[in-house]
Design a protein around this ligand. Sequence first.
Ligand SMILES: Cc1cc2nc3c(=O)[nH]c(=O)nc-3n(C[C@H](O)[C@H](O)[C@H](O)COP(=O)(O)O)c2cc1C
Length: 390
Amino acid sequence: VPEPGVLADHQTRIYVEGAAGRLPALPLDHDELERRAEARLDRGAFGYVAGGAGAEDTMRANRDAFRRWRIVPRMLRDVSHRDLRTEVCGTAMPAPVLLAPVGVQSIVHPEAELAVARGAAAVGVPMVLSSASSRSMEEVAAALDGCPRWFQLYWPGDPELTASLLARAERAGYGAVVVTLDVWMLGWRPRDLQLAYLPFLRGEGMANYLSDPVFRAALDAPPEEDMAGAVRHFLRVFSDPSTTWDRLARLRQSTRLPILLKGILHPDDARRAADHGVDGIIVSNHGGRQVDGAVAALDALPAVVDAVPQSLPVLFDSGIRTAADAFTALALGARAVLLGRPYVWALAVGGEAGVAELLRNLLAELDLTVALTGHTRLEEIGREALTRAG
Ligand SMILES: Cc1cc2nc3c(=O)[nH]c(=O)nc-3n(C[C@H](O)[C@H](O)[C@H](O)COP(=O)(O)O)c2cc1C
């Protein structure tokens, strides 16, 4: 992790550059960034990233939930020196922010996950690589250089394939496994259905599988000769909806990496996860892409935090757009937050440089928010920093 320096200095650099006639390349407002991405992407790709399940009620609720909290800044505390660095599951990071796993980035940018990896590495923000990436985990690891990374697993029914993917992740220097629990099947996504758009059917987002010896050995013909057969096999093996808690013990034995469970929303599931000895939990509803009508992720966070021992890190995603959002989730007990759609829009608009710029903006804004609310370290930020909006 590069020395973060003073994260807020990025703000000064923007003004100084502007004085020399160079304005920021990337829109600073999220919705404007999304609109700029929309103008660049084809309809299918834009809808795939922007869309959610059903009437997209949960997707909206994820963002609305933040509006029901307000931060209460405190005054006259020495905030001249801040340190936002933290460590989660053995991974050090410049601030409590990671890139959420997002599959098939080739639909957004030709360099896909490699561009994101280079952008993340420029800032030192850890990347969680999706199982369903367009580039293999080994290629992405090389692009990340020394930047920390975790591997997200769509948990296959086949223990051999699972073990093979996890062994590769270990060898390629991934520091933890994020097991996603909310996609045993795809949610009902009207935007994608309307265009009958599913990138996997065209063989996109399968790089980790097509390069896997166990996956390949199960095919009648190599994917280079029969992509349709490989796609059929992928759709069969990528997850197993009959999976229950008892399979966690076996998963635990397949890797020495820390295991985090992603998609937990109920405190009883959180307790169960803790009882099964996992190393972390990610409160998430997959950005509202799976169950329309599901609880907003932020509304689920406090009860999950309260349900598990303090030593068990609870992370958060689904709706983080600004530093205020990140601060609110941290104040409600998240140890770190994962950024999703915003970095995909930055990738679409600005490639590698766009991702780096977005992250520098977010980290600078977070540093300023921490300072201006009277804090200097993450440990000081708790629920007393918030009040319910009137
Ligand atoms: C286009 C897209 C693809 C995604 N792919 C994955 C994936 O492969 N694995 C996974 O665990 N989550 C995936 N997610 C969910 C994200 O990790 C994260 O939970 C979600 O984006 C958070 O919502 P937000 O982006 O609205 O903040 C995906 C999300 C989007 C938008």
